[in-house]
Design a protein around this ligand. Structure first.
Ligand code: SF4
Ligand code: SF4
Length: 163
């Protein structure tokens, strides 16, 4: 059970991200909203102690918000707001990088060099990342997420070499 109440932190993070999204265009219209193709069983990882109006599966260590492919946008989980990016630490600073866990889901990862992502979003996500990394639980959560992403990238690279 998390002792620290995260509500205030997550309110600040949501406010910092505001309405900005990774692309100014609606990428969901291009890919058919692949990241929101929920089947009522899979979902998005919740940050430590993050509350949601969606149904939750998993245990205290790994709580997953499960949606049916729609949600109240203003209430979507933090992971959905960052997707397909993730705040990470690099050489002691907080940066925002494409979330390798999204390989195989989000087509933007394969064409990222050609895509002009919203600088405003990236700036806000970095600031939001700084808030999150200042919290020990969130720091652990984001570090684990980055490790998981690195493993996913490794697996993808093995598969692509064997094609
Ligand atoms: S999967 Fe990627 S491209 Fe598609 S809606 Fe989600 S973020 Fe946009
Ligand atoms: S909670 Fe909303 S934004 Fe997140 S995956 Fe489900 S429908 Fe998409």
């Amino acid at each position: 059970m998390l002792k620290k109440d995260k509500r205030r932190l997550y309110r600040r993070v949501r406010k910092t991200l505001g309405r900005f999204t990774p692309l100014r265009a609606d990428c969901g219209a291009l890919c058919g909203k692949r990241c929101c193709k929920a089947d009522g069983q899979t979902g998005m990882l919740l940050f430590p102690g993050e509350s949601t109006e969606l149904s939750v599966q998993g245990d205290e260590k790994r709580r997953i918000a499960v949606c049916s492919g729609t949600c109240r946008r203003s209430e979507r989980p933090l992971s959905c707001r960052f997707f397909p990016f993730l705040p990470v630490t690099e050489n002691g600073t907080i940066e925002v990088r494409l979330d390798k866990r999204a390989l195989g889901v989000c087509p933007l990862l394969g064409v990222s060099a050609q895509v002009r992502f919203s600088q405003r979003f990236l700036h806000r996500a970095k600031r939001a990342g700084e808030l999150l990394f200042a919290d020990a639980d969130c720091r652990r959560f984001l570090t684990d997420a980055a490790d998981e992403g690195a493993q996913t990238a490794q697996i993808f690279s093995i598969f692509s070499k064997n094609k």
